[in-house]
Structures are given as C-alpha cells and as structure tokens.
Design a protein around this ligand. Structure first.
Ligand code: NAD
Ligand code: FES
Length: 293
C-alpha cells in the first residue's frame, strides 16, 4: 500500500497529494509518469510526476477531477492509501541527458497550461538546481485556478503569469504571451517545452513553428492504461505511429498531428469508436508493452 502523507485541494477540482513511494522516488526523473490505482478493481490512472523527494521517499501528484475515478480519488485523505502506485514510467525529459554546459547556454521557454503546470514544475526545478534559469509562462482560466505559483516563482528564471479573463497579472492565453515576449520584448528561445491541454499544445506548436522555435509537447492527456496495450494513446508523429505511454510522453510538437489525436481521443471514448479504430488500424492499433517489439 502507498500511504498518502498530504492531501490538498489547491484550486477548484484540482488536488495535490504527497504519496509515500520510496522506490519510485529513488528512480524517477522529470517528465516521467506513474499509474495509480485506488483498490484492486480500480481504474488505472496515469499521472505525470509533479515533484519527488528522494530522501523522504515521496512523490507529489496533481490531478483534476474529470470522471468517476478521479472524483473518488479526490475523496482520499491524509493517512489513506493507494493499492498500486507503479512507476516511474515513460521516457524522461530529453533535457536531462544533455551536456550541462550546453544546457546552460540554451535559452529555454516552458509554457504551462492549467493543470499542465504540475508536470512542468519538476523540469524547471531540475534545471534550477543545476544553475539553468528557464523562462516560464503559466496560463490559467482565472486567478482561482492558478496552481504552484510560489513553487514556480522559486525555480523559474522569469515567470510570466496570464489568465484568460485577466483576473490576475496578464490577460489572454499563453500564445499571446509568447508573441509578446518574442515580437515586442525581443526574447530569443532555442527550445520551448509546452505542457497543458491538447488544444493549447496545438496552438503553441503552430505559433512556435512560425517563430522557428523547436518545441516539445507532452501527450499525457491521451493516455488511458499507460501500458502500451490498450491503444488509446496512439498518435502520428510525422509519418510514424507512436504511443504516448511507451514512446513518450514527450514528442516534437511540430510533428505531432494534434487534430488526428484529438479526433481519435473522442472516438476512443465509445465502444463503437474503439471497434472502428481497431478495424482501421489493424496490427498497429496498440503498441505492445514496448519491450516485445
Ligand atoms: P485550461 O483549459 O484552463 O487551459 C489552460 C491554459 O491553456 C489557458 O489558460 C490558456 O492560456 C491555454 N489555452 C487553452 N486553450 C488555448 C488555445 N486554444 N490557444 C492557446 N492557448 C490555450 O486547462 P485545464 O482545464 O487546467 O487543462 C486540463 C487539461 O490539461 C486536461 O485536458 C489534461 O488532460 C491536460 N493536462 C495535460 C498534461 C500533459 O502532460 N500534457 C498534464 C496534466 C493535464
Ligand atoms: Fe494504453 Fe498507451 S495508454 S496504449
């Protein structure tokens, strides 16, 4: 069992938990995810790691209530436990394999949308701990839905906050801030890492393509079981079929076919849609576990 050491509700429908999982905490890297299960029969829920403390043996997860399982999960309190907490899964962010000297010269921009702020945080923190200061844009619908502001402020080079309704700091979507920084403030970036809702990652990628900024996105939102077996997270990256949970979750945002991924995500929700996808995609419908070719 994996004990919940802290359970908070930082914003409406958004929950943060510190979970005792020493083995995951020892081995995880920024960009990876875990799969949690509340009990034996519970749904498998893939969640990107928000923070980890190797010494304390804890993992921080942040989730939004979207369906029955996450609503049930939100009722868990400090002292309760998860029956399963599997990880770390997926590939770590490519940044962590780069040579530190060249990383220090890189002008890095993170774009975090809503709950996507949680998976951005460990990457910015990892860089900060190694002396790399990255710019971070955080977008939220309104002030009340903004999360991890203080935490992000402590590790970002520059933090730009924007709200859709202008209730806090800048007004407008994250794409407006990117344009403003690059076109009006003369900022130059070598790479952009955008994590948030699919629609945000699509429009950030379209914009950064125009601005010639290589962009990485995290396709966690299309995952279902996180094992490579269900076929839910199949997507096209350039001309290649990929699976977010096995090959990702991070991909080149300029190559991801977001329209196809979003359409497929809708189709996958119904039994009829899944049957049709299985028929159309044949042997490439699911990705296997990633270890069996
Ligand atoms: P949201 O809808 O509140 O959007 C967050 C911000 O994204 C907005 O404030 C805006 O700045 C930007 N945005 C939204 N639509 C945009 C558009 N059309 N163009 C430009 N910018 C746009 O976000 P939310 O409700 O917190 O997000 C929930 C989603 O985030 C879920 O779908 C979840 O799956 C996803 N999510 C993704 C990851 C990941 O790894 N990619 C991780 C956690 C959550
Ligand atoms: Fe099921 Fe990736 S989430 S195959």
């Amino acid at each position: 069992m994996y004990k919940i050491l802290k359970a908070e509700n930082p914003a409406e429908n958004i929950y943060l938990m510190d979970v005792e999982a020493p083995r995951v905490a020892r081995h995880c890297e920024p960009g990876q995810f875990v799969i949690v299960k509340m009990d034996e029969k519970g749904e498998r829920i893939p969640l990107t790691i928000c923070d980890y403390d190797r010494e304390a043996g804890t993992i921080t997860i942040v989730f939004q209530t979207v369906g029955a399982s996450t609503k049930k999960m939100a009722e868990l309190k400090t002292g309760d436990s998860f029956s399963d907490f599997v990880g770390p899964l997926g590939c770590a962010s490519e940044l962590i394999d780069e040579d530190l000297d060249s990383l220090k010269k890189k002008r890095i921009l993170f774009v975090a949308g809503g709950v996507g702020t949680a998976p951005v945080y460990p990457q910015v923190k990892w860089l900060h701990e190694r002396g790399v200061a990255a710019d971070v844009i955080v977008g939220a619908k309104n002030k009340d839905l903004l999360i991890l502001e203080e935490e992000m402020k402590a590790v970002a080079g520059n933090l730009y906050i924007t709200t859709d309704d202008g209730s806090y700091q800048r007004k407008g979507m994250v794409t407006e801030v990117i344009k403003d920084l690059v076109q009006n403030e003369g900022k130059v970036y070598d790479v952009c890492i955008a994590i948030g809702p699919m629609i945000m990652m699509k429009f950030v990628s379209l914009l950064t393509k125009e601005l010639n900024i290589p962009t990485v996105v995290s396709m966690n939102p299309i995952m279902v079981d996180g094992t490579g077996m269900c076929g839910a997270c199949r997507l096209m990256v350039g001309s290649e079929v990929k699976f977010a949970c096995v090959d990702g979750p991070e991909f080149d945002g300029h190559l991801v076919d977001f329209d196809q991924a979003m359409k497929r995500q809708q189709q996958y929700k119904t039994e009829e849609g899944r049957a049709l996808l299985k028929l159309q995609e044949g042997d490439t419908h699911h990705g296997g576990c990633g270890n069996c070719n």
